[in-house]
Design a protein around this ligand. Structure first.
Ligand SMILES: Nc1ncnc2c1ncn2[C@@H]1O[C@H](COP(=O)(O)OP(=O)(O)OP(=O)(O)O)[C@@H](O)[C@H]1O
Ligand SMILES: Nc1nc2c(ncn2[C@@H]2O[C@H](COP(=O)(O)O)[C@@H](O)[C@H]2O)c(=O)[nH]1
Length: 199
């Protein structure tokens, strides 16, 4: 379970999309949200867009691995799909906030790798949020107002990467992903191979 978090606009969706495009082994955890769909987003690919009643009935039914209110909307990670995928041996990429990260870590500590992206400056963060062109001036202002508070949670992560140059950031994040895959405890498939080598 590979988690990417950051203040809004620092670039985690951009990095996540590139990882999904270039890494054949990882799947995106597609969250449910009550946030309105942005231009270009696709239901079922970027999010499952639902109303508050449907979201709350899923909360009641225990269908989320974690959920949180972020910037005035509800977001949640579906439990059944992720658990089944993990059991089948798939890696999952999560684009979630610090609240969701804490919940996943409490539930599944050993399986979780937490990466936090920082913007190179507050001014650049503002530029990125505004130039993305997907949110109103008010939404951008609200997210900027929360940026410092979001950044304050950086110490709850295993790795921190500054997203200045996009290619350099991508290389660092994929380096983390590939190193974590090589942890001995995750290479259970090697047990028989090593046993054979030692015969
Ligand atoms: N290293 C970079 N240099 C310049 N622009 C970037 C870089 N990384 C991302 N961007 C741009 O910044 C904008 C915000 O990026 P993105 O949507 O990935 O952020 P995010 O962290 O996922 O935000 P949110 O939490 O609001 O979904 C996008 O227009 C993206 O193209
Ligand atoms: N705790 C969770 N946070 C989530 C989830 N899905 C997305 N997010 C985070 O929300 C904000 C805003 O996202 P946006 O798409 O509206 O810009 C961002 O920090 C996401 O990482 C989730 O399932 N759980």
């Amino acid at each position: 379970m590979f988690i990417l978090s950051s203040p809004s606009g620092a670039g985690k969706t951009t990095i996540a999309r590139r990882i999904l495009a270039e890494d054949g082994q990882i799947r995106l955890s597609v969250s449910y949200t009550t946030r309105p769909m942005r231009p270009g987003e696709v239901h079922g690919r970027d999010y499952f867009f639902v109303d508050a009643d449907e979201f709350n009935s899923k909360v009641e039914a225990g269908e989320f691995l974690e959920w949180a209110e972020v910037f005035g909307h509800l977001y949640g990670t579906p439990k059944a799909e992720i658990k089944a995928g993990l059991k089948a041996g798939h890696d999952y990429l999560f684009d979630i906030d610090w609240q969701g990260t804490q919940q996943l870590y409490q539930r599944m500590e050993v399986d979780v790798v937490r990466v936090f992206l920082l913007p190179p400056s507050i001014e650049e963060l503002q530029r990125r949020l505004a130039s993305r062109g997907t949110d109103s001036t008010q939404v951008v202002a609200d997210r900027m107002a929360r940026a410092r508070s979001e950044i304050s949670h950086w110490d709850g992560y295993d790795y921190v990467v500054v997203n200045d140059d996009i290619n350099a950031c991508f290389d660092k994040v994929t380096g983390i992903l590939n190193s974590e895959r090589m942890r001995r405890a995750r290479q259970t498939g090697l047990v028989d191979f090593v046993r054979e080598l030692m015969r």
